[in-house]
Design a protein around this ligand. Structure first.
Ligand SMILES: [Ca+2]
Ligand SMILES: [Ca+2]
Ligand SMILES: [Ca+2]
Length: 370
């Protein structure tokens, strides 16, 4: 039986089940180590779990949301790449894991032959109270974004499209909020954020796009969502990919000038930063969780949107410099689903994506985050 090596252990606080305030981290290289923390940085599940036992794992991406609609926030884990040839189909490239540690479901969004990374997000795109799983391939794959919806027993693909030029093989980072899928190119791409939703006919349309940083920057852009200006509408938080400074920005969905901008680490750190919106029950605007890219220590930080740090902790051993992907539970009360009438259950153009295997080198920096 492939898969879970360690269950989430110990107490599962109510925060982790039905409210905001919980942070999920994933090792972005070397292993599939997933952990959870509260908004003060305390571990809430002991040592966490190793989500995959694929050969030569290259890390994981993480998301959190209630995928199966049971009121409990699941953890979605995407394989960061591997060299397995045997058990991918059995184990999947994406696993949905309940707070108890039990697997809800797994799937292989890009087929059994795909051994690259899968970036994941979870968001309720159609307002039915269940979070859809959004996937984007890592480097080596075409920019084929997919959306999967819970069908009562498993996840079914309901949308599939190319978010960028089909020849771009740097990967796609994904997020979701207020009925929109948000995409950012992986390394090699510009900081080109795009927002997508189904049109009246159910086909995916591009609603908005903007450059989060100087258009000449080619390290890609990480994206997350939260209500950072506290107006009840979701906003986007961005962090540069490798090669950029730790320059975190928040934007409203129509782009324009950022509402907030701050440096999450020493400005000299150029490993890139992963970003996520964090809801804290009873508080105002969503906060921002930051994980360093490869080259930085495992120092996860939480900030108010204005850039004031509220917590800082090591998600993994202090000697781990592989980077930390982050996700967090949003504040459910502030999460506005898509308006009635929009639906992603429709015939979408089915795309055939080839995933040539390339070896993408991520710039390695020796600067320590934090
Ligand atoms: Ca659930
Ligand atoms: Ca839904
Ligand atoms: Ca907002």
């Amino acid at each position: 039986m492939a898969g879970l090596l360690f269950l989430f252990s110990g107490d599962t606080p109510a925060l982790a089940v039905d409210g905001g305030g919980t942070i999920v981290t994933g090792s972005s290289t070397f292993s599939s180590h997933v952990r959870r923390f509260n908004n003060a940085g305390a571990a809430i599940d002991g040592g966490g779990l190793f989500a995959f036992n694929h050969l030569n794992l290259k890390g994981v991406s993480v998301a959190t949301g209630d995928v199966n609609g049971d009121g409990k926030q699941d953890v979605v884990v995407g394989d960061g790449g591997n060299t397995d040839t045997n058990n991918i189909t059995a184990a999947g490239d994406v696993r949905v894991i309940a707070p108890t540690g039990a697997e809800v479901t797994h799937l292989a969004p890009y087929g059994a032959a795909w051994h690259g990374a899968v970036n994941v997000a979870a968001a309720d795109l159609d307002g039915d109270g269940k979070d859809e799983v959004i996937t984007g391939p890592g480097p080596g794959g075409g920019p084929n974004v997919k959306v999967f919806k819970w069908n009562g027993t498993a996840l079914s693909e309901i949308a599939s499209w190319f978010a960028y030029d089909a020849l771009f093989h740097g990967g796609v980072f994904v997020a979701g909020g207020d009925g929109e899928v948000i995409t950012g190119p992986g390394p090699g791409g510009g900081p080109h954020v795009k927002l997508w939703s189904p049109n009246d006919q159910g086909a995916i349309q591009l609603d908005s796009q903007f450059f989060a940083y100087d258009g000449r920057f080619a390290g890609g852009v990480h994206v997350g969502t939260g209500d950072f200006n506290n107006d009840g509408l979701d906003d986007i938080v961005t962090g540069p990919g490798p090669g950029g400074g730790p320059d975190v920005r928040t934007f409203q969905f129509d782009g324009g000038n950022p509402d907030h901008e701050f440096m999450a680490f020493d400005p000299g750190f150029t490993g890139g930063v992963y970003v996520a919106g964090l809801g804290v029950p009873g508080s105002g605007p969503d906060q921002i969780v930051i994980g360093p890219g490869a080259g930085g220590g495992p120092n996860v930080k939480i900030f108010n949107p204005s850039g004031s740090p509220t917590a800082s902790f090591y998600a993994y051993d202090a000697k781990f410099f592989g980077g930390v992907m982050v996700a967090a539970i949003r504040n459910p009360a502030s999460d506005s689903p898509a308006p009635p009438g929009s639906s992603t259950t429709s015939a979408l153009p089915s795309t055939t994506t080839s995933h040539p295997t390339t070896s993408t080198s991520h710039p390695t920096t020796t600067t320590t985050a934090g």
